[in-house]
Design a protein around this ligand. Structure first.
Ligand SMILES: O=C(O)CCC(=O)C(=O)O
Length: 279
């Protein structure tokens, strides 16, 4: 995986790697130990007693009864200011504006905690390609020549092969299709290993999945999903956030929440000149 120093980021080089190279880059040490500690404490607090919120892509875990050892904490913006700092980090904003367009939005910000002994996931591609196992539900001819997703995993615990660092098959984003058994994912995969505070940016069309945690410690990561402004987000974040967070949102956060993008709109009800101007 290409390592990109946060002090020397060339957005065009990152975009090339995401689209035409391995599909993933890591920004080492993007977040401070204090930010990591704060984020981790909140995630642990919200998931300690909660074994009900799981992810898709967990067929085997369902069968083996270990489902409760992989936990999600959704809607993180409502749970601590540190998550807005993470989501709108200037390095990420700069690169993502190049990759997804200057008015890109955020589709989701959640934590994935895998407890010791916890399961991995099935190899998959991410929203909005998540159900590409039924390609006929998507437009004809859709390919990966431009991206409709970017994922950022912010690592909160050591990500090692033992602890279940995300597995991915470099280059598969170019194929834009759902991985099948016949693809031999687990024989071909590499791992997104890293240290707390590192941020891995990848194109969610690359085949990937969380892996089982065989270490003695929890494996936490913040998973942030970014989309072009016109893709319907996965989480309805504005609806889930308290008014005070929306009112106090920075310009970047307003953009991420999609508050600057007007559609869909009831154009009959819009002020006369606007509707005409936008048609
Ligand atoms: O936590 C991980 O390693 C990846 C999670 C993931 O790919 C997902 O939930 O879609």
């Amino acid at each position: 995986m290409l390592r990109v120093s946060p002090d020397a980021v060339d957005p065009d080089a990152v975009v090339r790697e995401l689209l035409h190279g391995g599909g993933a880059v890591v920004f080492p040490g993007l977040f401070t130990p204090a930010q990591v500690a704060e984020a981790r404490a909140i995630v642990m607090r919200h998931s300690d007693a909660d074994d009900g919120k799981v992810t898709h892509f967990q067929g085997e875990a369902e069968a083996s009864g270990t489902l409760s050892l992989q936990r999600r904490v959704w809607n993180l913006l409502a749970k601590g200011d540190v998550f807005a700092q993470m989501a709108a980090h200037p390095v990420l904003m700069r690169v993502l504006r190049r990759f997804l367009g200057s008015e890109f939005v955020m589709g989701s910000i959640a934590a994935n905690r895998i407890l010791p002994g916890g399961p991995g996931q099935e190899p998959h591609v991410d929203y909005p390609y998540w159900d590409f196992h039924s390609p006929e539900t998507h437009p004809v001819g859709l390919n990966a020549s431009f991206p409709m997703n970017a994922q950022v995993s912010i690592i909160l615990d050591p990500f090692t092969e033992e602890s279940g660092a995300t597995a991915y098959v470099p280059g598969t984003q170019r194929e834009l299709r759902y991985p099948t058994e016949a693809d031999g994912f687990f024989d071909r995969c590499e791992r997104m290993t890293g240290e707390p505070g590192d941020a891995v940016l990848f194109f969610g069309a690359v085949w990937h999945c969380a892996m089982p945690n065989r270490s003695a410690h929890d494996r936490n990561a913040i998973l942030t999903q970014y989309l072009p402004k016109w893709v319907k987000p996965m989480e309805d974040m504005p609806a889930a956030l308290p008014r005070v967070v929306l009112d106090g949102a920075s310009d970047d956060l307003r953009q991420l929440l999609g508050l600057n993008y007007p559609y869909p709109e009831v154009l009959d009800a819009a002020a006369g000149g606007n509707a005409e101007g936008r048609a």
